[in-house]
Design a protein around this ligand. Structure first.
Ligand code: GLN
Length: 195
C-alpha cells in the first residue's frame, strides 16, 4: 500500500520536502486546507519562519485539526521552524505552538556569525557522514526522558524523536541525501503496521 505524506504548505521550504518524499518512493501532498490532514499517514512541518507559520495556522484554522492529528499519534516531522512548532517549551516565550514534544528549544541559537552553515553529523539509526544544512537554526536545549536524542552538533541536540514525533534543527530536504526523510517514512510505515 502506498504511503502518503503531507507537507504543511502554508509557508517555507515546501517543494523541497515534496521532492525528498517522492525520492523515497512515497506519495507527497501539499497540505493547504485542514481537511486534507485526513488523507495522509504522516505530516512534515517545514522550515521557514515559525511566528509567520503560526499566524497562518491560526488564520486558516489549522491548530485544532493539527492537535487532533497529533493526538492520534500520527507521525509528525518538524524541521527547523517545524521543530519550534513541535516543542512544548520555547526559550523566551510563554506559550508553545503545537507543543507536543517534551523538549525546550531556543530559536536562532547558533549566533549571528553562524546564520547558516553545514556540518557533518553521525546520526543514530540513520548513519554517518550526514551533511546537515543549518539556516538560522534553533537547537534543543533540553529533552525529557521519553525523548531519544539522535544527533548532536557541538554538544547541542539537533535531532530527536519522541514516539511518533521527530524534530530536527537543520534542513534535511535541501540536499540529495534522503536518509532522514527515509527514516521518517519508516516511522510512518511502522505506525500503519506496514513495517
Ligand atoms: N529562525 C526560524 C524561526 O525561528 C527558523 C529558521 C528555519 O526554519 N530555517 O522560526
Amino acid at each position: 500500500m502506498m504511503i502518503r505524506v503531507g507537507v504543511l504548505g502554508l509557508q517555507g521550504a515546501v517543494r523541497e520536502h515534496i521532492r525528498s518524499i517522492e525520492a523515497c518512493g512515497a506519495e507527497a501532498i501539499v497540505i493547504k486546507r485542514a481537511e486534507q490532514l485526513e488523507e495522509i499517514d504522516g505530516l512534515i512541518m517545514p522550515g521557514g519562519e515559525s511566528t509567520t507559520m503560526r499566524r497562518l495556522i491560526d488564520r486558516y484554522d489549522f491548530m485544532e485539526p493539527l492537535r487532533e492529528f497529533a493526538g492520534k499519534s500520527k507521525p509528525i516531522f518538524g524541521t527547523c521552524a517545524g521543530l519550534i512548532l513541535l516543542a512544548e517549551r520555547i526559550v523566551g516565550y510563554d506559550q508553545p505552538h503545537l507543543g507536543v514534544m517534551d523538549i525546550t528549544v531556543e530559536r536562532n541559537s547558533f549566533g549571528r556569525q553562524k546564520e547558516s552553515f553545514e556540518a557533518d553529523l553521525d546520526i543514530a539509526h540513520v548513519g554517518e557522514n550526514y551533511n546537515a544544512v543549518f539556516i538560522r537554526a534553533p537547537h534543543i536545549v533540553e529533552a525529557g526522558e521519553n525523548v531519544e536524542v539522535l544527533a548532536k552538533y557541538n554538544e547541542r541536540i539537533v535531532l530527536a524523536r519522541q514516539g511518533s514525533y521527530l524534530g530536527c534543527s537543520f534542513h534535511p530536504e535541501l540536499t540529495d541525501d534522503h536518509r532522514i526523510t527515509e527514516y521518517f517514512i519508516k516511522m510512518v510505515k511502522e505506525h500503519k503496521g506496514l513495517a
